[in-house]
Design a protein around this ligand. Structure first.
Ligand code: MN
Length: 335
């Protein structure tokens, strides 16, 4: 009996959801199941192309079949009848109104969806506990961290930037790792070892060393260049090639900042990133999604971005400074 688990790739919650699902299935559905894991990424076109292995669907609940059964966790819905189990919490879970109508009409008892859930891991664990009696106690540490990480509920900027805790080192590792055999090894490790034991292994620490050096470079650049005025941090590192950057660094340097406006170079474009202090969310009066959309960007009320052609760096800087000015006047009224 082979179970193929489709999971959100390069995402801590995706990997922990895959690990939790396999443990749930082995303990509550079939003890002799074997698993394979297939990372899924968002993108244009049919993202499920090639994801299903067996040619036909089994009836719901037919776990004794000799073929492959499929589960999808922390990733979009598919109306494909071969999708046996599904757990997701993304607002964007349905690629089309038809898919959403299909989900609502079929009412598959093995398909679980809650866009209000903070993480898929906790949602999956709670759902399997309620529906199948899955004992989540051995995985409490894993579930709590996945929920904190996917909800970006870091206790302070230092926790998010320094990643001293093993779980946060593993979060950083998962987001950067591109080695398929290490993805499989990590998911297997999650079911058998503590987060501290996993993080201490060479395959994790070796990969983290260059990421730490890069993060330190970014921290130093922002520390040197950031202008903090009237509650707004403004920084421009567009002349440096620093692509993996933590959006929490400016708050680490200026914990009382209301807003942050940064100019960065990305492959083939420049990016203005705009954010509000997530640890002081109640204070925010500006709508960053509307500000960014006025300049051709987008996002959420609390955080957004604008991408501009790399050729017009002066135009980009002008827009970024205008946004910073607008946010300073918002911040002055927030106290
Ligand atoms: Mn998730």
């Amino acid at each position: 009996m082979l179970v193929r688990v489709l999971y959100h790739d390069n995402c801590f919650d995706g990997a922990t959801s895959a690990a939790l699902f396999s443990e749930f299935y082995r303990r509550c559905i079939r003890a002799d199941a074997r698993f394979e894991f297939h990372g899924m990424s968002h993108g244009p076109g049919d993202v499920f192309k090639g994801a299903f292995r067996n040619p036909e669907a089994f009836p719901v609940g037919d776990d004794g079949a000799g073929g492959v059964t499929h589960a999808c966790v922390d990733f979009r819905y598919s109306a494909d009848p071969r999708l046996d189990f599904w757990f997701d919490h993304h607002q964007s879970a349905f690629m089309s109104p038809e898919d959403e109508a299909h989900f609502s009409a079929v009412k598959n008892p093995r398909h679980f969806y809650d866009p209000a859930a903070q993480s898929c891991s906790k949602f999956l664990a709670d759902s399997c506990a309620a529906a199948y009696g899955f004992d989540t106690a051995p995985f409490r540490e894993l579930i709590e961290w996945a929920d904190l990480i996917d909800g970006a509920k870091f206790k302070d900027p230092a926790q998010a930037v320094e990643w001293n805790e093993p779980a946060l080192q593993l979060m950083t590792w998962v987001e950067a790792n591109r080695e398929p055999h290490l993805k499989r090894r990590f998911i297997a490790d999650l079911t058998t070892r503590s987060l501290a034991e996993i993080a201490a292994q060479d395959y994790v620490q070796d990969a983290l060393s260059p990421i730490r050096r890069h993060a330190d470079r970014f921290l130093h650049a922002v520390r040197e260049r950031a202008q903090y005025e009237d509650g707004v941090v403004f920084f421009d590192v567009s002349d440096l090639s620093l692509q993996t950057v933590s959006k929490f660094v400016p708050y680490y340097l200026h914990p009382d900042a209301h807003y942050v406006v940064g100019v960065m170079q990305m492959p083939g474009r420049t990016k203005i990133s705009v954010g509000s202090n997530p640890w002081r969310a109640e204070r925010r009066t500006a709508n960053i999604a509307s500000i960014c959309s006025r300049h051709g960007g987008g996002g959420h009320p609390a955080v957004g971005a604008i991408s501009l052609p790399a050729s017009d760096i002066e135009g980009t800087r002008r827009i970024a400074r205008d946004i910073a000015t607008e946010l300073r006047s918002a911040a002055r009224s927030e106290r």
